[in-house]
Design a protein around this ligand. Sequence first.
Ligand code: NAD
Ligand code: DAU
Length: 351
Amino acid sequence: MSKTILITGGAGFIGSHVIRLFVEKYPHYQIVNLDALTYAGNLENLKEVEDAPNYTFVKADILEEQALAHIFAAYGITDVIHLAAESHVDRSISDPLAFVKTNVMGTVNLLNAAKKAWMGALDQHLFYHVSTDEVYGSLHEGGFFVETTPYDPQSPYSASKAASDHFVRAYANTYHMKTVVSNCSNNYGPNHFPEKLIPLCIHNIKSNKPLPVYGKGENVRDWLYVKDHARAIDVVFHRGKPGETYNIGGFNEWKNIDIVRLLCKKMDEKLGREKGTSEKLITFVQDRAGHDLRYAIDASKIKKELGWEPSLQFDEGIDQTIDWYLENESWLEQVTSGAYQEYYQKHYDNR
Ligand code: NAD
Ligand code: DAU
């Protein structure tokens, strides 16, 4: 069946992988990428598909009511996959309001635009909201997040994502919109903006700069290769049950310090440096305020009900990721010039 899917945040890290997958796999769908091109949005991420006949880019902000109404009408949007967000926890600590605006108000604005455009036929259109495992809060040593784990967000970022999830479910309950939500663990892979741990360390190792590890590096994250997340989004979009939530994760928990050491070891080998060279760059710095100790997803529901599971082993995924950054020097240079330098100094100097 033909569809015209509005994908928001398609110029960002995960969104660009979702766009590439959908444009290439579904030539009979029209894919409309709506992105405001904030510091995190980059059209370079979409070079492979920019000329595809079933792909259109529209620069717009999800906070702009009129622009959204126009886009739904002009393109005849049949479904939405919503990824646009402010996504970095550290930035949410210094500027929570920006997260309320985009993640909460922007999501409600988008829900309203979809509701208006699909009025009278709400059951024939899907609003898919892409969310995070951080809404469940922080785990200690044991246990996993399941779909019924109560929400307990601990950072301004996760509070804003939790609020947006609640609004999506409220629109399903109140207005009978057909919605689905997925909550995913930490992604890694090509096109990841180097404010996040893995690409930041790859960039700094390459440039012989300190590797800032918050606190003692004991915090645990569950890492999933971004292309596996995009595959999961494809599966949830096509086969997810309306009104349901699906947790997506890598069954792949790592302490931060162990990830950083692994990156050092692999990059010493790839760059032909003497063993142990890059580890000397590790610098323990002031911890993140309210730093969640551990996230871990139980992804058995999506496996059992929709047949999705991660395809790539972490060792292979990390190798592919490092190789991508080493082969795409100009991408890294472009995104780390200008505003990035200012952000970096403000955030890491005197930490
Ligand atoms: P990202 O920061 O790389 O990209 C976000 C994109 O949204 C950018 O292209 C940006 O320009 C766009 N955007 C931001 N504000 C906008 C606005 N007001 N209007 C229109 N576009 C706007 O983020 P990401 O890491 O790719 O995450 C995408 C989604 O997945 C987010 O909703 C995030 O919460 C969720 N998520 C991320 C991860 C992860 O590990 N990165 C894990 C689980 C869930
Ligand atoms: O769990 C899903 C979430 O994963 C997504 O919803 C977020 O959008 C995404 O940014 C990510 O959040 P994290 O805060 O876990 O990712 P980040 O890469 O910022 O940090 C990973 C861990 O590394 C975390 O424990 C903090 C630590 N860290 C991070 C940075 C940037 C450091 O020790 N040093 C750093 O410089």
